[in-house]
Design a protein around this ligand. Structure first.
Ligand SMILES: Cc1cc2nc3c(=O)[nH]c(=O)nc-3n(C[C@H](O)[C@H](O)[C@H](O)COP(=O)(O)OP(=O)(O)OC[C@H]3O[C@@H](n4cnc5c(N)ncnc54)[C@H](O)[C@@H]3O)c2cc1C
Length: 330
């Protein structure tokens, strides 16, 4: 019978990434409810530090696959490892952080094993009476949340980064480290990562900015991004926006805010022409002060905003920019 919750972890500079730690925390909760163990899968080289972290954050056993060819994520080798680990350890549930790599791996393993997968979950719960899991995810563009059950096995889902709480680290927690021999052969390596190029971006980093000016589809056309850029410039703010803007490359693809994007908590978040879909709100609701500008008085963003400006952004924002310029010149 399948048992245990397997958490697929990712590493950065030898340590577990935050989404992996959050997934271990969620895995711990599920395993407690099921009275099972949490298994953490880590791959790459020099894994001792990450293995201890996984135990300290809540794993009972760490499946450690030491293989330098797994130091960087690539689809096929990681799929092969996960496939073999599932065969051998027969987990009941598998949690994968919904990062770009995690989403890639989740899709691939689901296809490889012909099993169901629920993507971008915001909640996972144990149904005790039926020994099953329910996975909750946004659907219909975030208008609804659906509870999904998986009929195939293992039950596998990707879970959104920053969706679950980081568990406390307990340095005294004990666990077992299993040295698992890598099933990867040189024939499996079709892509070699030669290095990483750090992104050069002269704009303030969105994730650490203390002021963010964010635009939405209310801007209507890509050229109108200038309106929010002008405001951001006079305020020394970072420019961001909703996911559709990033999808259409009006703003850099990795700079949007929300459930599948950046989680931000600036001192001031100005949402311009953003409706306030649940997925967007998830990424910015911890902001110190939220100002929303929208011409629809019933826009959902106003439920989150501290200051609500109902009106046409094309009139309001340029006036605001000019006013701030004037005040700064005094
Ligand atoms: C799995 C999944 C994950 C998702 N993840 C994210 C995510 O991480 N982040 C995210 O942002 N979205 C995400 N989305 C998309 C999300 O559901 C919404 O579709 C999106 O946030 C809407 O973007 P918007 O507010 O810019 O556009 P819209 O919903 O079209 O809103 C535009 C707003 O502009 C206002 N407006 C129009 N003209 C003017 C004007 N002249 N002046 C003032 N206001 C005006 C309108 O009243 C409206 O409220 C996700 C969706 C799914 C299904």
């Amino acid at each position: 019978m399948e048992k245990d919750i397997l958490v697929v972890c990712a590493l950065e500079e030898g340590s577990l990434t935050n989404p992996s730690i959050e997934a271990i925390g969620k895995g711990r909760e599920l395993a407690n409810d099921l009275k099972e163990n949490v298994l953490a899968l880590i791959c790459g080289k020099d894994l001792n530090k990450a293995a201890k972290e996984a135990i300290g954050y809540g794993a009972d056993k760490v499946i450690k696959v030491e293989d330098p060819r797994l130091s960087n994520y690539t689809t096929l080798p990681y799929t092969k490892v996960l496939d073999k680990v599932i065969d051998e350890f027969k987990p009941f549930g598998v949690l994968i952080p919904a990062t770009q790599n995690g989403r890639d791996l989740g899709g691939r393993i689901s296809a490889r094993r012909s099993i169901g997968l629920v993507a971008d979950c915001i909640e996972v719960k144990v149904l005790k009476e039926e020994r099953d899991l329910t996975w909750t995810r946004p659907t219909f563009d975030g208008q609804l949340f659906s509870d999904i059950r998986i009929t195939s096995s293992p039950k596998i889902g990707t879970i959104g980064p920053s969706t679950f709480k980081m568990p406390e680290f307990d340095p005294d927690r004990k666990g077992e480290i299993i040295e698992y021999s890598s099933p990867v052969t040189n024939e499996d390596i079709m892509i070699e990562i030669l290095g990483f190029i750090k992104k050069h971006n002269s704009d303030p980093e969105v994730s650490s900015a203390s002021i963010i000016v964010a635009g939405g589809l209310g801007l209507k056309e890509p050229k109108n991004i200038k309106i929010i850029k002008d405001l951001a410039e006079v305020m020394g703010a970072a420019v961001s926006g909703s996911k559709p803007l990033a999808d259409q490359l009006w703003i850099p693809q990795d700079s949007f805010v929300g459930m599948s994007g950046l989680k931000v908590s600036p001192r001031l978040y100005i949402a311009i022409g953003i409706s306030g879909a649940a997925q967007h709100i998830q990424g910015m609701r911890d902001s110190g002060m939220i100002v929303a500008i929208n011409n629809d008085p019933n826009a959902a963003i106003f439920k989150e905003a501290h200051y609500c400006i109902v009106g046409d952004l094309f009139e309001i924002v340029p006036q605001l920019t000019e006013k701030i310029k004037e005040l700064k010149a005094q």
